[in-house]
Design a binder for this molecule. Structure first.
Ligand code: NAD
Ligand code: UFG
Length: 332
């Protein structure tokens, strides 16, 4: 049994599918602040098996501990958290509360239940403005906004915890830019309001829901002047969590591992790929740089390959095709 916080969310729901497909039982603990309960019905439609669902907030220690104990889980995958960079600048305390305090409460509940295996959702944002590319895990860490700072604080908390008790088994997965959706078209990213992230916005323009994409700056030091990122298919990302659990079954360690493809694509490159996959035009206009953005960010994913035997398999066409299928479905 695996206990999955935030399992109804974008990445968590795809991870649930892969966990269940691998024969594992799953308990999802989610407060639905950024997801809908019917996602789990969709997970059951894909896999033939529903995860157990407990609605609750990770900051509610009693509810969390009771759910963890009742699940009988021996490992936790921790996706629950807030993730909007701009919102974190406006409301930093919400991020320290939900992300940092929430994780602290989770670690306390795990300690009480003697569950010491954890896979944590970190982010490439902890590398700050890259000093060198590709990014290796030993690159200096920094944060440029409260969201990133919350991830950094949690990472430090996890390293301190492991130092104090080496029986803990912790995998800190640093995601690059997750995109795409499950090939069934039943689950995907479902942003509320105006999407902050590139691909959901591009998908809505292609669908005719928005008139054009704002390209935030074309004067970066990149091949076409637009920002370059390491986009990774969410199913590949989900599979990385299974591999991390498999490694933790054999190693009591606390390690940070990049999950990316190692390849960077520009905003205009993504736009063209999406036009091809969808067969729809994606009009755009160049707008000023977005505050806090960096020119380029992509992973050196070789540690994931050597330690986990994992590498991203799905290419840009699959990312765009699957995102478009989801966007074109009744839900997306
Ligand atoms: P998401 O918002 O789709 O999923 C998060 C889930 O956690 C949601 O279902 C939400 O309802 C739940 N949740 C939030 N706070 C909670 C709380 N206090 N108690 C219980 N449930 C709570 O986000 P996602 O894209 O699936 O991201 C999952 C994790 O991965 C997050 O920790 C995020 O910071 C991290 N991450 C995401 C990205 C990305 O671009 N999507 C990149 C790097 C890291
Ligand atoms: N972009 C546009 N127009 C848009 C949206 C984005 O031009 O409407 C550009 C950005 O300027 C950037 C690129 O598209 O160059 C990607 O932007 P995203 O917002 O999709 O992704 P970011 O790399 O800025 O941030 C994402 C997550 C963060 C996480 C970071 C690193 O949103 O939470 O990846 O993992 F920290």
């Amino acid at each position: 049994m695996i206990f999955v916080t935030g399992g109804a969310g974008y990445i968590g729901s795809h991870a649930c599918v892969e966990l269940i497909n691998a024969g594992l039982d799953v308990t999802v603990f989610d407060n639905f602040c950024n997801s809908q309960p019917d996602v789990l019905t969709r997970v059951a439609r894909i896999t033939g098996k529903a995860p157990t669902l407990v609605q609750g907030d990770i900051r509610d220690s009693a509810a969390l501990e009771a759910a963890l104990r009742a699940s009988g889980a021996r490992a936790v995958i921790h996706f629950a958290g807030l993730k909007a960079v701009g919102e974190s600048v406006q409301n930093p305390l919400a991020y320290y509360d939900n992300n940092v305090l929430g994780t602290l409460r989770l670690l306390q509940a795990m300690t009480k239940c003697d569950v010491k295996t954890l896979v944590f959702s970190s982010s490439a944002t902890v590398y700050g403005d890259p000093q060198r590319l590709p990014l290796t895990e030993d690159h200096p860490l920094s944060a440029t906004n409260p969201y990133g700072q919350s991830k950094l604080v949690i990472e430090e908390m996890l390293r301190d915890l492991h130092r104090s008790d080496p029986a803990w088994r912790i995998s800190i997965l640093r995601y690059f830019n997750p995109v795409g959706a499950h090939t069934s078209g039943l689950i995907g990213e479902d942003p509320q309001g105006t999407p902050n992230n590139l691909l959901p916005y591009v998908a809505q323009v292609a669908a005719g829901r928005r008139a054009f994409l704002n390209v935030w700056g074309n004067d970066y030091d990149t091949p076409d002047g637009t920002g370059v990122r390491d986009y990774i298919h969410v199913v590949d990302l989900a599979l990385g969590h299974l591999k991390a659990l498999q490694r933790l079954a054999l190693h009591a360690e606390c390690r940070a591992i990049n999950l990316g493809t190692g390849v960077g694509y520009s905003v205009l490159g993504m736009l063209r790929a999406f036009e091809q996959a969808s067969g729809k035009p994606v009009p755009y206009q160049v707008a000023p740089r977005r505050a806090g953005d960096i020119a380029a960010c992509y992973a050196d994913p070789s540690l994931a390959l050597s330690l986990l035997g994992w590498r991203a398999e799905r290419d840009l066409t699959a990312m765009c095709t699957d995102a478009w299928r989801w966007q074109s479905s009744e839900k997306g």
